[in-house]
Design a protein around this ligand. Structure first.
Ligand SMILES: [Zn+2]
Length: 296
């Protein structure tokens, strides 16, 4: 689609024709509406592409282990692709809180680390087999943990980056609230792991769009008006996300599934976001970081 066509579509109010990506949105048929209803909501608001990480094991049924949680999200993505016009992609990996949980249950640290690392390996295999486009959300907790546990998380991040480098894929990091200092730390880890830094995505990021803030990592901006407007003042090298949980017991915990399309359309209408920048954020950045072809 060329820019002139887009302009006409805006005048006609057919903004849904502009491709829009939510880079981190969950679907959960156990606690929420599930894959197809969420995708339909996203689509009605003007969305086109959903990048969906698996949820932690304890949120998705009793008999779920690290592998089945990842298999589930691959199934959800297939359901969306078969039943809607949304293009959905899976991102798989063991959430850092899984480690805290198994340690609390009494597992030895060494054994817990091994199980987490094995799950990273399974995630890498799923990417190599073409079932997922990245590893995530992996990282370290947003809450305080012991020094011993933190050390394990950091080793797991490095290990996950090495696996991502071998699988030639992107990684989505869940971490404590990150500023330049943390971005720099993760950039160093990426270098150590031999991973391209722009393929390391900081999920749930503030507007750290400049290179002297993100050290070459890609921030996935939480799609509040404030964060996106602030980010756009600095550039267009970022992604947008809601971190929608699809959990009806936690309404309003994060942004709703319609937020990324609505925010994008709102900011284009207000001429804060150009169509070129929207295309860069929602299509070009996504294709480059995940090495996928969206066909838009
Ligand atoms: Zn998430």
């Amino acid at each position: 689609m060329n820019i002139l066509d887009n302009n006409r579509l805006i005048e006609e109010g057919k903004m849904e024709e502009i491709p829009i990506t939510d880079n981190h949105i969950h679907v959960d048929p156990y606690n929420g509406e599930g894959p197809v209803p969420v995708a339909e909501k996203f689509q009605r608001a003007g969305g086109n592409i959903m990048i969906i990480p698996n949820k932690p094991t304890w949120t998705v049924g009793n008999s779920c282990n690290l592998r089945t949680a990842m298999e589930m999200v691959i199934r959800y993505v297939n359901e969306i692709n078969q039943n809607t016009d949304i293009k959905a992609f899976a991102v798989v990996g063991p959430h850092p809180a899984e480690l805290t949980r198994i340690i609390k249950k009494g597992m030895e640290l060494k054994e817990a680390e091994k199980i987490m690392m094995e799950a990273m390996g399974i995630a890498g295999e799923m990417v190599i087999e073409g079932e997922a486009i990245g590893i995530g959300e992996v990282g370290r907790p947003h809450y305080e943990v012991s020094a011993d546990e933190l050390e394990i998380h950091n080793r797991l991040i490095l290990g996950a980056m090495e696996i991502a480098s071998d699988a030639d894929c992107a990684i989505q990091l869940h971490t404590e609230s990150a500023k330049a200092e943390q971005f720099q730390e993760f950039a160093k880890m990426a270098d150590d792991a031999g991973m391209e830094k722009h393929r390391v995505i900081k999920h749930f990021s503030g507007p750290f769009v400049q290179k002297d803030e993100n050290y070459g990592l890609t921030p996935s901006l939480i799609a509040t008006r404030k964060v996106v407007v602030e980010g756009l003042k600095k550039g267009n090298n970022f992604l947008m996300e809601t971190d929608y949980l699809d959990d009806s017991s936690r309404p309003g915990a994060v942004l709703g599934p319609k937020t990324v399309p609505r925010r994008t359309i709102e900011l284009i209408r207000k001429e804060i976001l150009t169509e070129e920048d929207a295309y860069k954020i929602h299509v070009e950045n996504v294709e480059k970081i995940y090495d996928i072809n969206l066909d838009f």
